[in-house]
Design a protein around this ligand. Structure first.
Ligand SMILES: [Zn+2]
Length: 357
């Protein structure tokens, strides 16, 4: 269903054409093009995209043509954008239970549907999974319209489109809590106050944590740590202030930074019989040193989590409906101002920067 066919520069769109922000050449940047509006096939729906997020680990690196993303070179031009929300605008044949006009967010991970992981609901770790907006065969949402399989959409009711975008991250954090032994009243620590760590904070507040400590880097002191307090952290500190770990070991430690030092802090600051939930990906670190003997002797378990499950979506939607997420949303930019949005991402502005096509 690759519809990308570069033609002219952006002109006034006729009804069968749309503006899309494409990666066209193997160098930094993207460009606006006019391409055909995609048609939904059997089992697919078309979404009028209202908001699409910039993931610092995906679209931002692709835009900057970071060496870790140059494997896309042979696939260009490509339409990226995997965190998005909007309104169903058309449905293909054989689509039941979802109608035009419904506002939805999208689970970008599409499993094979047949393997053991998919059959048990863990489609996010399907060995043959593809990701809408990242897989070259599944066009993304940096455009006015996107076509996706009907089973990937989740109705978001009256949530804003930016809140809909945040659900992908909140859902991942909720999944981490779901997989852990967390119970109301437990104490929680979170490393890495990025989008996922802030999502974990929101999920822990909603889950009734007795205390939540958020640990960031020195660079987070002016913005992300105050924001964490605003969203309900009982304590928000820079790791530089913690020479001896946390004062009191926590029941559940959510590691969302993906940094070896953060895992080391989790190892020393999770109580006996407690649990470390590893969400962060250790980009660039081949192996991560773990003092496993120490963890074994203290009965600390490690749970890893990747992606979301169906239940994560339902719970994330319910939490978002009940929480003021506004401190974590934006800044937002019109699609035409994409260069400013990617520059703001580079400057680490906000938690979840979005584009509005
Ligand atoms: Zn599968």
């Amino acid at each position: 269903m690759i519809v990308v066919r570069v033609t002219t520069d952006v002109t006034q769109n006729a009804t069968d054409r749309m503006t899309a922000l494409l990666k066209t050449t193997p160098e930094p940047g993207m460009r606006l093009e006019s391409i055909p509006v995609p048609e939904p096939g059997p089992g697919e729906v078309r979404i009028r995209v209202e908001s699409v997020g910039i993931d610092r680990g995906a679209e931002a690196l692709i835009y900057d043509w970071h060496e870790s993303k140059r494997h896309y070179a042979d696939e260009l031009p490509q339409l990226f954008g995997h965190e998005f929300a909007g309104t169903i605008d058309a449905t293909g044949p054989d689509v039941d239970g979802i109608a035009t006009g419904e506002r939805v967010a999208v689970e970008p991970v599409v499993g094979c549907g047949r393997c053991r992981c998919c059959r048990s609901g863990s489609f996010s770790i399907c060995p043959d999974r593809r990701i809408v907006g990242l897989d070259p065969a599944l066009d993304g949402a940096l455009a006015e319209y996107a076509v996706v399989p009907a089973e990937t959409v989740y109705p978001i009711g009256s949530l804003s489109a930016d809140e809909g975008v945040f659900l992908e991250l909140l859902g991942l954090a909720v999944h981490g809590i779901e997989r852990s032994g967390f119970e109301p009243g437990d104490s929680v620590a979170i490393t890495g106050p990025g989008a996922v760590g802030i999502g974990a904070l929101v999920a822990a507040v909603a889950g009734g944590a007795s205390s939540i400590t958020v640990v960031g880097a020195d660079a987070d002191r002016e913005d992300r740590l105050p924001l964490a307090r605003e969203l309900g952290a009982t304590r928000a500190v820079a790791s530089e202030e913690l020479t001896d770990g946390l004062d009191e070991a926590v029941d559940v430690f959510i590691e969302a930074a993906g940094h070896p030092d953060a895992f080391s802090l989790a190892s020393s600051s999770t109580r006996r019989d407690g649990e470390i939930v590893q969400i962060g990906i250790f980009h660039g670190a081949e192996t991560v040193p773990v003092d496993l003997t120490r963890l074994v002797r203290r009965g600390v378990s490690i749970t890893t989590v990747y992606g979301r499950r169906d239940s994560s979506w339902r719970r994330a939607i319910a939490i978002a409906a009940d929480t003021d997420l506004s401190p974590a949303l934006g800044p937002s930019f019109p699609l035409a101002d994409y260069a400013d949005a990617f520059e703001a991402t580079r400057r680490r502005e906000g938690i979840k920067i979005t584009l509005h096509p």
